[in-house]
Design a protein around this ligand. Structure first.
Ligand code: FES
Ligand SMILES: [Fe+2]
Length: 377
């Protein structure tokens, strides 16, 4: 009689997935280095069909605590060099990085003067709201070209202990607000545990992962093909994805529930044994490069209690899943006319939905339209 017939638990772990060949040797620091290292000799953005521009929306750029009042920092996102600073009034501001005078980078060596940003080269001082030069300490008059708006100002906001920037290729004002997650600022929940990656691919390919049900079995090793219930909103979408997970004690039911607002904000709640909120911060740097940070928070009673080991194992496992996807994303091409089979998730629906975050060329019948999508599963 087999173990199974006797009613004893059966080891239902699935054999390691194919990408394991890439990952199995990576441990400790080697794994952390691999997560950030550049994938060299990539085909061009055009060859991989990633030359689509960037999707508009709010994107997280840095933790609020990493920008104190009076501090300026350089950033690069959306193929744009930026300077971000916090004025003495506590407000965050962001400008294009290059000074209109002689082109110095305001984020390298610049300084905050009250609420203005002072260029390191000749001390021209910029106003972050108006995008004008307000003071030139050595000149009697400010040139008229920089007295009026002369540089791009970026919308920034703070929520969930992060600073967010609004990206729109035509500088259209924000169309929705960043969604607050109460756990992110709840003192009963742990400080963020953050894990970081550079992904050498596109944000859209990464986002598609959540509706690509078949990959869960072949990349992540779920014991069956998951089922998903999807939610489609005007600017946000979400899903509850259920799959059987093979464990040494047999198969258990797993469920993850994620939501998004725009292309740049997504969060996932894991419930059951370990309650966990994951805030996924995915911000494009170039059309083939996404800076990814996963922020985890859990109830302190759980993380510091007897089940703390399990809670940490869960975070490790989620990061491992991201590693597995990264192996594909780093080399993936965007296939504009994919051939889909019946076991696939709602990939065409996802693509129609995601299309709303791009500016349509003038004359395109879809220009300016946001089509409602019906729930699909
Ligand atoms: S280059 Fe910025 S003040 Fe001269
Ligand atoms: Fe995945």
């Amino acid at each position: 009689m087999s173990e199974h017939e006797k009613g004893a638990p059966v080891d239902a772990r699935v054999p390691p997935v194919a990408v394991w060949q890439v990952l199995e040797k990576l441990k400790g620091q080697a794994l952390l280095d691999w997560r950030l290292a550049e994938v060299k000799n990539r085909p061009s953005v055009k060859e991989r069909n990633l030359d689509t521009g960037f999707a508009f929306g709010w994107y997280p750029v840095m933790l609020s605590r990493d920008l104190e009042a009076g501090v300026v920092k350089p950033l690069r996102y959306f193929s744009t060099d930026l300077a971000i600073w916090r004025g003495m009034d506590g407000k965050v501001r962001m400008l294009d990085a290059y000074c209109k005078h002689l082109g110095a980078h305001l984020g390298h060596g610049g300084k905050v003067s009250g609420n203005l940003l002072e260029c390191p080269f000749h001390a021209w001082r910029y106003d972050g709201e108006e995008g004008v030069v307000k003071e030139i300490p050595y000149a009697r008059a400010i040139p008229p070209q920089v007295k009026r708006k002369c540089t791009r100002t970026w919308h920034v906001t703070e929520a969930n202990r992060w600073i967010w920037m609004w990206y729109h290729p035509q500088d259209v004002a924000p169309m929705w607000e960043v969604v607050e997650q109460p756990e992110a600022t709840d003192p009963e929940w742990t400080d963020f545990e953050i894990h970081e990656w550079n992904v050498w691919g596109s944000l859209q390919n990464m986002a598609e992962n959540g509706v690509d049900f078949a990959h869960f079995q072949f990349i992540h090793g779920t014991a069956n093909l998951p089922k998903g219930e999807l939610r489609w909103g005007e600017w946000g979408r979400g899903a509850d994805v259920r799959a059987k997970m093979g464990t040494p004690m047999g198969e258990v039911d797993g469920c993850i529930s994620y939501d998004t607002m725009g292309p740049g904000q997504s969060w996932t709640r894991f419930t059951g044994i370990s309650e966990t909120l994951l805030i996924a911060c995915l911000t494009p740097v170039e059309e083939d490069h996404v800076h990814a940070r996963f922020c985890f928070t859990q109830p302190k009673t759980q993380a510091e209690g007897p089940m703390g080991g399990l809670a940490r194992a869960m975070i490790r496992d989620i990061c491992k899943q991201f590693d597995q996807d990264k192996v594909v994303w780093d080399r993936q091409k965007f296939e504009p006319n994919p051939i889909i089979c019946d076991g696939d998730g709602p990939i065409p629906q996802f693509r129609r939905f995601f299309g709303r975050y791009y500016v349509k060329p003038e004359g395109d019948p879809a220009e300016g339209k946001v089509e409602p999508l019906k729930a699909a599963s």
